[in-house]
Design a protein. Structure first.
Lengths: 213, 213, 213, 213
DNA sequence: CATGAATGAGCCTTCATTCAT
DNA sequence: TATGAATGAAGGCTCATTCAT
């Protein structure tokens, strides 16, 4: 009780900012960036219009910030997951596990609609875009690291560089995610990702073997 | 007696419609749907604003129509290309050839920016989206046909259905195209598509072999 | 009767533009540029807000245009007046007559408030200003011409160039006008202008004489 | 006992007020009244927004106060200067000296931009204007005193009253200052003021002489 | 069919001022 | 006194669409 006075002014302000942010997030997810205006956001947050501009420079900057949060969050999650895997796990299994994890994260903590907005944004040329030019750059790096480790221990053989293989993986995941965004709910991201990556891993094995081509 | 002026009037009208359509197309490609307004279009076409609404119900409907044209056009091109291939071409080679052809079409006759707009539109939720909800459906069908033929002649073996394999192909192409849109010009679509499909085909081979899994 | 159909669409449009312009003019004069907004203008004109932007690019551009009209109008009036004076009128009398005429024009067809806005604008640095950098440039030229004629016929003697003398006249008129804007109605522009110019003319005579300094 | 902390608190408050005032002054001079907002001022002063309203009732009142300071300051400076002149200096020379002094003050301690803002304000109608409705009233008085002294000693003759002559001087200075504000740096205020006043003084001499008119 | 003036809802942003802490 | 979060009215401008000629 007396929750009110428990909050310092600073905390109160942070709470307001959070209310606005959360409202914006919800509404953006529900209706897309362009269909939501500042009035909607502040009304939903229960604050005055001016308050929005106390906490955020502009609508576009809020969007950019929000997108960055998503990107960072997922990147961190992926890497943490990989580092939690047993070090002696075969590279092949690690890649499959990561593919599954990515699907889990995208499905559960981002969601289809939101992911669609993320991808739309990345395809766009607006000022928003420049805030997130490199969504997936960290994923590239992560795949590089995993494959590089496999190549260096000779557990994994391929005429391709770790970077090239990582590119195939990222490209594949782009396609999987896109297809999911567009076909949901008729496309189970995790299931498809695992199948697709299995084929890809087979392909890379075969590609590296002498009898190929 | 009046036929001539009737016809010329009809022709005139068609010409006006075409002028507007072509202007809209050019401008949309250059700047995106949202950055182009009716004023821009009619000014570029050299006609009056009212003429736009004589020939098109609304901006959104024009966009939908235009997208459909694109979809049909490319679909036809792909199928015509396949039908032009020698009937005895191995399925594997046909798939690779088609992958290359698709890259050619997308690169040359659609372009990176435009493709991005198409993909953005597909990811969106607006009324525009419904116009192209089935972009690539024909491609699915085409891959299905190719693979189905291979499976039925036993030239190609796989525990997967033709439909499933087609889905892997389409998904892969989605990723390739997306990556190209985002990374251009540092990502050569055709080269990457051929490499990626080669791996995928290897993977499918291996996947189908008894020693796999 | 049937006044309506007498007007072609073009005339109708011109009438609307004029209504907006006239409303803006009135309101600006009454309340100043900054105290009047687009809503006020269109409401006063009895048209929709969008109509304003059909006829004028922006509020600032309208203001600039309006100011230019004033400037041109007065310049033309001054020169026409001078050309209407008898060619054999002594320069001294011509200058005095012009000084009086200027006062008449400013007083009657511009008005005190308006003149104040003009001067304010000229002192400002806003985008409006650049539209009228040279209010009074034509007046400079006119004085130059009058004095130059007097100097060339030796009717008028001075060690100063026509340009320098013109500058003294223009400067003096600036002061008279400014004082009028600020002191009105306690400062009779015409009376003061005539007195001041008489002194100035005497001063120039004396200045040119050998016994001066 | 408490005197010290009382005083330091008072001093602190005064210091804060002064910081705000100085910041506002600087920014107003640099960018004009309307282009500077309270946020700019307090940020520049390094205090909180609320502090502004602790020390000043409103933005407009601060502006009014500031203008008054300017007016008083310059008026005092002019009078002090005159009083510092040798009492037996001829009126004519005193007037010229004062004209030069005014130019010095305006040029050095007010500046062109600032003077423009002052003049703009004076031409305006806002509540600000009332704060400086009497800018130059003291200058009137000063000129009156100087000329009155000359007239009373018969060192100076004129059919005009001291007040009327003062008005011509003030009016002339208005014009000079305005022209400077608008033409700077192509118009050297001091040089032009001295020349213009010389002509004016000649004119007044001649005007007073029997052979004039 | 063609024209282009007219419409008016919609949107982002600014800013002086208030007030609880 | 000092703080700074909160307020909400105000304002300039865009744009798809309509409709009389």
């Amino acid at each position: 009780m007396q929750e009110k006075s428990f909050k310092s002014r600073r905390e109160q302000a942070a709470a307001t900012k959070q209310k606005i942010y959360a409202s914006a997030e919800q509404l953006f997810l529900r209706h897309g960036f362009d269909a939501v205006n500042i009035d909607d956001i502040v009304k939903h947050a229960g604050v005055a219009k001016g308050s929005f501009y106390v906490h955020f420079e502009s609508k576009n900057l809020l969007i950019a910030t929000m997108i960055n949060h998503y990107v960072w969050k997922t990147d961190d999650e992926y890497r943490a997951y990989w580092e939690s895997l047993p070090p002696d796990l075969p590279v092949r299994d690690a890649v499959l596990a990561l593919a599954g994890k990515i699907a889990d994260v995208i499905t559960a903590s981002i969601g289809c609609k939101n992911m669609g907005i993320l991808y739309q944004t990345q395809l766009g040329e607006s000022n928003r875009t420049h805030a997130m030019i490199d969504y997936n750059r960290a994923l590239y790096q992560l795949f590089c690291d995993i494959i590089g480790k496999g190549l260096s221990t000779h557990e994994f053989r391929s005429p391709l560089s770790a970077y090239e293989i990582a590119r195939h993986f990222v490209t594949a995941y782009r396609g999987l995610t896109f297809e999911w965004c567009v076909r949901d709910p008729d496309f189970d991201l995790k299931e498809q990702a695992l199948r697709h990556f299995e084929i890809l891993l087979h392909g890379l094995d075969a590609y590296g073997s002498p009898h190929s081509t």
